[in-house]
Design a binder for this molecule. Sequence first.
Ligand SMILES: NC(=O)c1ccc[n+]([C@@H]2O[C@H](COP(=O)([O-])OP(=O)(O)OC[C@H]3O[C@@H](n4cnc5c(N)ncnc54)[C@H](O)[C@@H]3O)[C@@H](O)[C@H]2O)c1
Length: 351
Amino acid sequence: MPVISASDLKPFVQAILLGAAVPPHKAAIATESLVASNLRGVDSHGIQLLTFYVDQLLAGEMDPQADGRVVSESGCCLLFDGQNALGQWVAEQCCGHAIRLAKQHGMGLVTARESNHFGAAAWWAQKMRDAGQIGIVFCNASPIVPPWQGKQGRLGTNPISMAVPGPWLLDMATTTVAAGKVFKAFMNRQPEIPYGWALDSDGVPTTGTEAAYLGMLMPLGGYKGSGLAMLVEILCSTLSGGVMPNEVSGIRFRGKPNRVSQMYMAIDVARFMPVEEFTERMEHLVGLMKSTPPAAGYDEVLVAGDPEWRTEAERKVRGIPIPDGNWESLCKTAARVGVAPPAVPSGPLVG
Ligand SMILES: NC(=O)c1ccc[n+]([C@@H]2O[C@H](COP(=O)([O-])OP(=O)(O)OC[C@H]3O[C@@H](n4cnc5c(N)ncnc54)[C@H](O)[C@@H]3O)[C@@H](O)[C@H]2O)c1
């Protein structure tokens, strides 16, 4: 399995995006966010997505030249039309607007339509966190999730992320796992996935990777996951005037623009208390969770963000392992846009 440092991976990713006619400033933003996801161990939303993005770009389903535009702004509320631009570019602008509005009004709420896939929601929530704010990000996605008690896809894996000043960062699909984890298993020829991740195309729970790839994702925690996915859908597509989820495209629904909707909410902590005080209170709250005696089979209690921060610290030193199937797919994608892959070692960079 190739293992590559983030600094060696970035120029390769950037070159692939440039080769697919993405302007350099937009390619740089997408590159940073994708590689950051691999560094955090969220491989489902890292460079694995490039094959899909390049497919869309070369097929003319996404417009790398489009910039998106502000449709309206009123008080702390802003409506954005992504105009089918690169999802990461839309997200970058929407975060900027949400931060600006929160500084001005105490809170900023931006909802965007006609966007594209933006990768991991956490990258964008953290942009608002880095401005001393609470950042909340939602997006809808292609309809590969049946509502609870249904057997046909109607909703997306609609993620929820919230980042705060302090040691907690939630980033989760409203399905048991993100679809990218099933795609990763499929691309790397793993025959089985854990029970509870997916349903086959008849809506029957399956552990077969291929049946899951062709089937659907399981709502998180039954009807409660369907409720959360609807909450995301309402603040994304419904409020933005975007398309309903049955019209959203994706890896499984090609031949048309993606048309996803997104929501970015920033809350200015300083309107309530100094950011330092809030951070201390977060540390106290997290400490309280971690003081819980571990249940049988566990040696500690974790909070959201812990697994990814630990992986990030390790991968910054030892490099990012890229499963053979993913590397093969990335190299094929690179070849399509005339980019040669870098030579990579196949073991940890540091022992
Ligand atoms: N752009 C899109 O269309 C889209 C759609 C769906 C998901 N996603 C992305 O997929 C990624 C993966 O989502 P997922 O739901 O598979 O993630 P996951 O199940 O791996 O993790 C979800 C959350 O649980 C936390 N967590 C994990 N183990 C824990 C533990 N033992 N104790 C406490 N907390 C723990 C993690 O820190 C994380 O915040 C996310 O980055 C999400 O934004 C994107």
